[in-house]
Design a protein around this ligand. Structure first.
Ligand code: DUC
Ligand code: ZN
Ligand code: ZN
Length: 471
């Protein structure tokens, strides 16, 4: 066999296995995994002493996202380059339905932004924010089109994103019929608005009161309500960016009953605790949900180790210092969001694998295999098998990288990880057989990435994730 690319002498890690082997790539696909593959003129990537893993799938990004009177700072080029530098080979971005807009039109709008710029592959989740009978009928068409996952908000009423419980229930019922899944942003809107109004009345306007307006109960209540709605609809569901022990406990209980309830958390909830809201740069930590206490952080690690939290995604939605200043005198006006797509693999390795909280295989399961399974990308992505896309990351377990704004690749002038040095970093990222970044250097033209239409996912397929998940 004549290969275009050979990755040699690495230690291959998948969700299930660890072994020494070479990988042969022809075109965009892996066509051989064998003890020894002769390069024979192929491009050679030497991976001795490195881990060779399936590219991470960041299941939660907001590139050039119109939000809170501004637009997130990373566009699809800078954002996917940052993703690739962090070993992400596919992002799943949130397309936001405009008021009164058809979902197909929303998808077209997102393709127009993404297609010319992406350097990784991308899929879309669809945010449903304006529901009527036409939109309800369109949900099945979206699944057929390759978007089997939807997001609904239980908060952000003033931003026009909130769906009431009845509408959420209707979306769940309809999506279930088509083997799709509903992701939920779970925070109790009324409680948040009441607390915010109270603090503003008392002239308490700093970021610390953003955190105080969103106590852990805000998420706990909304997760519980979402599970009840999903149970009533007989539908699978996925809690996005879960940040609390309350949330984890409710998800775990539902899973004990055999319900198809899944959850994602984010790197920032795994590293920080809420004392960050006392810092000078507290505005940079204003994201929704906000970071909670140390006990919540410990519960999220326990959920990952136990397998009840299935994925870590970034909720990448970053804003410059200038943009964050919009809320200088009023915490409710600070654009919510943080950078994170470049942090997923390094943080989970440094804080997870190195500190014995998770195994190497679980690291890959959380970052690649599980999102591929949940979102209809498996086995095309999420593993290193013959026939899979050649989405491959060469990861140096000893490389130390201070995660400063200067060293990271997002188009912002600050980093919440400024004082953090990761040990372990992706040194090469290959997307469908093409090296996209090597040591932080971009190797492809804008637009190399492709839109990936995904397939519907049956309940038995995803439920299998919850059986003996953590290995
Ligand atoms: N949370 C954020 O922090 N930013 C974008 C949207 C969201 O839910
Ligand atoms: Zn959200
Ligand atoms: Zn989000």
């Amino acid at each position: 066999m004549k290969f275009d690319l050979v990755v040699k002498n690495g230690t291959i890690i998948t969700a299930a296995d660890t072994f020494q082997a070479d990988i042969g790539v022809q075109g965009e696909k892996i066509t051989a995994v064998a003890q020894t593959i002769a390069p024979d003129g192929a491009k050679l990537i030497e991976a001795k002493g490195k881990y060779v893993i399936p590219g991470a799938i960041d299941g939660h990004t907001h590139m050039e996202f119109p939000f809170m009177s501004t637009t997130s700072a990373d566009d699809f080029h800078t954002g996917t380059f940052a993703a690739a530098c962090g070993g992400v080979t596919t992002i799943m971005d949130f397309a936001l339905q405009g008021k009164g807009e058809s979902l197909m039109q929303t998808a077209r709008n997102w393709h127009a932004k993404a297609d010319p710029k992406v350097v990784t592959d991308y899929g879309l989740h669809m945010i449903v924010r304006d529901l009527n009978d036409h939109i309800l009928a369109e949900l099945g068409e979206m699944v057929q089109y390759g978007i089997p996952s939807f997001k609904v908000f239980t908060t952000y009423r003033k931003e026009g994103l909130l769906l009431d419980d009845g509408a959420i229930f209707r979306v769940m019922e309809e999506v279930r019929k088509h083997n799709g899944i509903v992701g939920l942003h779970c925070e109790n809107n009324d409680l948040i608005e009441t607390l915010m109004a109270g603090f503003l009345k008392e002239k308490k306007t700093s970021p610390e009161y953003f955190r105080k307006s969103k106590p852990a109960e805000v998420e706990g209540e909304a997760v519980q309500r979402a599970i009840m709605l999903a149970r009533c609809a007989g539908a699978p569901m996925y809690v996005v960016h879960m940040s609390t022990q309350y949330g984890r406990n409710r998800v775990w209980e539902a899973q004990q009953e055999g319900l198809p309830v899944y959850a994602e958390t984010c790197p920032h909830y795994l590293v920080f605790a809420d004392e960050v809201y006392q810092r000078k740069d507290a505005a940079n930590f204003v994201m929704s949900p906000p970071i909670k206490g140390a006990a919540d952080r410990a519960a999220l690690w326990a959920g990952l180790a136990n397998g009840d939290i299935s994925t870590v995604a970034s909720d990448h939605c970053c804003f410059t210092t200038e943009q964050k200043k919009m809320g200088e005198d009023d915490f409710t006006k600070i654009p919510n969001g943080v950078a994170g797509t470049e942090a997923i693999l390094p943080i989970l390795f440094s804080e997870g694998v190195r500190k014995n909280r998770i195994s190497l295989n679980l690291w890959v399961r959380i970052t690649s295999y599980n999102p591929a399974k949940l979102f209809g990308l498996y086995p095309r992505k999420g593993t290193l098998s013959v026939g899979s896309d050649a989405d491959i990351v060469v990861f140096d377990p000893d490389k130390k990288v201070p995660m400063t704004a200067k060293n990271l690749h997002s188009r912002i002038d600050h980093s919440i990880y400024e004082e953090y040095t990761a040990t372990g970093w992706p040194v090469a990222t290959i997307v469908r057989g093409q090296v996209v970044q090597e040591n932080g250097e971009l190797k492809v033209d804008k637009g190399w990435g492709k839109y990936i239409a995904r397939r519907p996912v049956t309940e038995s397929e995803t439920l299998s994730l919850l059986v003996g998940a953590a290995t």
